[in-house]
Design a protein around this ligand. Structure first.
Ligand code: PMP
Length: 404
């Protein structure tokens, strides 16, 4: 059966609204995706019917809420092929990388090397810069080719006996490039390095199996995966999480506390100090259930079809530059319009009801690599349609006329 985007759209109440009197065409899902009814209902139900703090209570509501929170952990684990004790709830992908970097940083020495790439989001750059500033580690950068791929030969040459960590994007939020995580991990492991993948974009568009990839750490955010904000996942191999010191201190992450001594809980609770994002975890669990219930291959084909359709229509536009043309890339279109600032392009498109992002996309090294200060970005999701894709191209053509 063909993928039915119209049926999917009915699950997303927000998609029926208008912007400036035009139907909303939401092409900003790579920044944050809209929420299906299942997520809204799960969070509302928890607040209206079964809510208390987790782990601490002996009363019915505390137990029910704890069950729902831990069920969400099991759903996240099953979704990526992990064990439940390998799943740490964080407040987002950003916090997950910070947790790993600060934990690993404790045992790094001046001159130790961390390999990143030019296509990283700042979330997978800045926490490692902290270690450069504070611990004297050296950051090494895998270059990106003109069409937006990692330069694998250069990557191989950067790896060596001093490499402690490799931290790479599984899918670029600007270029749409999907990296071959499994072989990148194998190469990192060959030199004894730990490997972390930033899966914030990839997890949305393709099934991920962390064991097959052999990632030591894999991070992603809930809100791009059709779940709520304020929740993210850190996957870590059980023995790798066990080797990390605590990140924040507070309730629920301890074994025992006295005035002169402290012991810590085992992972994942060691890394979940204080009251966690309970409702958000429940919402993410609902998002995962909802997505897992869809035909993910059909979704990927649909999204790719939208991208290919738009790319083909744009082919004749000599005033437009597309950034990122890697083979097999995901449905993210970054572009510049000659003579126009990306912010202006986004603002004019908005008048036509089309929501795109513009700016550096929190990827300044990549912007510099491509010689631009900003770009506009249209990202396609499962709820977008061919009609919307065409309306976007038409609106873009009218937008360009302002600058011609
Ligand atoms: N990595 C990538 C590739 C991203 O696209 C984003 C979000 N733009 C992040 C990390 C950070 O995610 P969050 O803001 O949800 O913590």
């Amino acid at each position: 059966m063909a993928f039915d985007a119209e049926a999917i759209r009915r699950d997303f109440p927000i998609l029926s609204r208008q912007v400036h009197g035009k139907p909303l065409i939401y092409l900003d899902s790579a920044a944050s995706a809209q929420k299906p009814r299942a997520v809204i209902d799960a969070m509302t139900h928890a607040m209206e019917y079964s809510y208390a703090n987790v782990h601490r209570g002996l009363h019915t509501l505390a137990n029910e809420t704890t069950d729902a929170y831990e069920a969400a952990r099991r759903k996240a684990a099953a979704f990526i092929g992990a064990d439940e004790n390998e799943i740490v709830f964080t407040k987002g992908g950003t916090e997950a990388v910070n947790l790993v970097a600060s934990g690993i940083g404790a045992s790094l020495h001046p001159g130790d090397e961390i390999v990143l790439s030019e296509m990283e989001h700042h979330a997978n750059i800045v926490p490692w810069h902290f270690l450069r500033e504070r611990k004297g580690v050296v950051l090494k950068w895998v270059p990106v080719t003109d069409d937006g791929q990692l330069d694998l030969e250069a990557y191989q040459n950067l790896l060596g006996p001093k490499t402690r960590v490799v931290a790479l994007s599984h899918m670029s939020n600007v270029l749409g490039t999907i990296n071959d995580a499994k072989s990148l991990a194998r190469m990192a492991h060959d030199v004894g390095a730990l490997v972390l993948f930033d899966g914030c974009q990839a997890i949305v568009h393709k099934p991920v199996d962390v064991k097959d990839i052999d990632a030591d750490f894999y991070v992603f955010s809930g809100h791009k995966l059709y779940g709520p904000t304020g929740i993210g996942i850190l996957y870590g191999k059980a023995e790798k999480l066990a080797a990390l010191p605590p990140y924040q201190g507070g309730g629920e992450m301890i074994g025992a506390v006295s005035m002169d001594e402290i012991t810590y809980a085992d992972p994942p609770h060691r890394f979940e100090a204080g009251t966690p994002p309970i409702l958000e975890a429940i919402g993410l669990g609902a998002a995962i259930d909802w997505l897992a219930g869809q035909d993910r291959l059909a979704i990927a084909q649909h999204e790719h079809g939208l991208y290919a359709h738009v790319r083909e229509r744009l082919a004749g536009f000599n005033w437009l530059r597309v950034i990122g043309e890697a083979p097999g890339k995901g449905a993210i279109l970054s572009f510049t319009v000659d003579g126009a600032h990306a912010h202006d392009v986004a603002q004019i498109l908005d008048r036509y009801g089309v929501a795109v992002r513009a700016g550096t996309h929190c990827a300044e090294p990549l912007m510099r690599r491509f010689g631009v200060t900003s770009s506009a970005r249209a990202s396609f999701a499962l709820y977008n349609t061919v009609e919307e894709a065409d309306a976007f191209v038409d609106a873009l053509t009218k937008t360009q006329a302002f600058f011609a």
